[in-house]
Write a protein that binds this ligand. Structure first.
Ligand code: PAF
Length: 296
C-alpha cells in the first residue's frame, strides 16, 4: 500500500510527473467523494500505465445555478486514504484558482449536439463545462491514457468525440459501471439518499435489467423501452427525467427497427437527488421480424 503524493499546484504536478519518469502515464479524473467505481478506474489505470495520476477537482463550470456545487461532498483525506490501496501515484487536487487562474474561462469547449440531448437537455451547458475541464486537465497531466466510467455514458461519448475532433493525443478507455449488491450504480450522489429513497432508487437498475432481458429474448427497440418504462412507472418514488435508447457514440435515438448494440440511458429524480444509469442492450436482427413480435 503506497500513499500517493498529493500535489496542489501546476508546478508541484510538473515536478511529480517528471519524477515519475518517461513511462506510460494514466489519468483518472474525479470530483472526489470517491467510491469503489472510482477505485476500479484507478486499478484499471494501474494495469495500463507506469504512472497513475488521479485528479480531484469539483469543477464549478459543470454545475448549473440550482445544482449542488456548494454542498458537493469534499473530503480529500478520505479520498487519499482510499487511493492508497488502489495504486495511485499522484493525486492532483488543485483549487479553483489554480485551474482557472483568470477566473471563468472566456474560451470553452462546446459539446455541440452531444451536449443538447439527454443530460444536456436537463443540464444546459453541463457537458461544455465537463469537456472544458477535461481538456485542461489533459493538458496539465499530459496522459497517454485517460479512463472514464461507463456510468456517465454521455460524458464518455463526448470525451471520445472531443479527443477525435480536436486531435487530443490520448487513448480513452471506458471502465464498466460498478453496482452495489442491490443493483444501484455507485455514485457520489447516492450519499444524499435516505433509506426509503434508496429503496426507490433500485427501480432504475431493475428497469435496465428488465430491458436487457427482453432484448435478449429478441424484442424490438420500442418493446425494450416499454419494458423499462413499465418498471419505472410502477415506482411512484421515481420522477423520470428521460429514458432513451440511443446510439452509444452519437447519443441519438435509435430507429424502431435498429439491430445491434444500443445504449439504454435513464435519468430520474428520487427525492431531491438526480440519478443516472445506463446499460448496453443488444437488439437482435430477429427484433425486426414481425413474426417474432407476434409471438411475444
Ligand atoms: O465524471 C466526473 O467526475 C467529472 O465530470 C469529471 C470527468 C471529473 C470532470 O469534472
Amino acid at each position: 500500500m503506497t500513499t500517493p503524493r498529493v500535489v496542489r499546484t501546476r508546478e508541484e504536478l510538473d515536478a511529480a510527473l517528471t519524477e515519475g519518469g518517461a513511462g506510460r502515464r494514466a489519468v483518472v479524473m474525479t470530483m472526489g467523494a470517491l467510491h469503489e467505481g472510482h477505485l476500479s478506474l484507478v486499478r484499471t489505470a494501474r494495469e495500463r500505465a507506469d504512472q497513475v495520476v488521479v485528479t480531484v477537482f469539483v469543477n464549478p463550470l459543470q454545475f448549473g445555478p440550482q445544482e449542488d456545487l456548494a454542498s458537493y461532498p469534499r473530503d480529500l483525506d478520505r479520498d487519499v486514504a482510499l487511493l492508497s490501496g488502489a495504486g495511485a501515484d499522484v493525486v492532483f487536487a488543485p483549487d479553483v484558482a489554480e485551474v482557472y487562474p483568470g477566473g471563468e474561462p472566456v474560451v470553452r469547449v462546446v459539446a455541440g449536439r452531444l451536449g443538447d440531448v439527454l443530460e444536456g437537455a436537463s443540464r444546459p451547458g453541463h457537458l461544455d463545462g465537463v469537456l472544458t475541464v477535461v481538456l485542461k486537465l489533459m493538458h496539465l497531466v499530459r496522459p497517454d491514457v485517460a479512463l472514464f466510467g461507463q456510468k456517465d455514458a454521455q460524458q464518455l461519448a463526448a470525451v471520445r468525440q472531443m479527443v477525435h475532433d480536436l486531435d487530443v493525443p490520448v487513448e480513452v478507455v471506458a471502465v464498466p459501471t460498478v453496482r452495489d449488491a442491490d443493483g444501484v450504480a455507485l455514485s457520489s450522489r447516492n450519499a444524499y439518499l435516505d433509506p426509503g429513497e434508496r429503496t426507490c432508487a433500485r427501480a432504475l437498475s431493475r428497469a435496465l435489467a428488465c430491458a436487457q432481458d427482453v432484448a435478449r429474448d429478441g424484442a424490438s427497440a420500442p418493446s425494450v423501452l416499454a419494458a423499462a418504462r413499465a418498471v419505472l412507472d410502477a415506482e411512484p418514488g421515481v420522477a423520470l427525467d428521460y429514458l432513451a435508447l440511443v446510439d452509444p457514440a452519437t447519443v441519438e435515438d435509435v430507429p424502431a427497427d435498429h439491430a445491434g448494440p444500443a445504449l439504454l440511458a435513464v435519468a430520474a429524480r428520487v427525492g431531491a437527488t438526480r440519478l443516472i444509469d445506463n446499460v448496453v442492450v443488444d437488439l437482435a436482427d430477429g427484433a425486426r421480424s414481425p413474426q417474432h413480435e407476434e409471438n411475444r
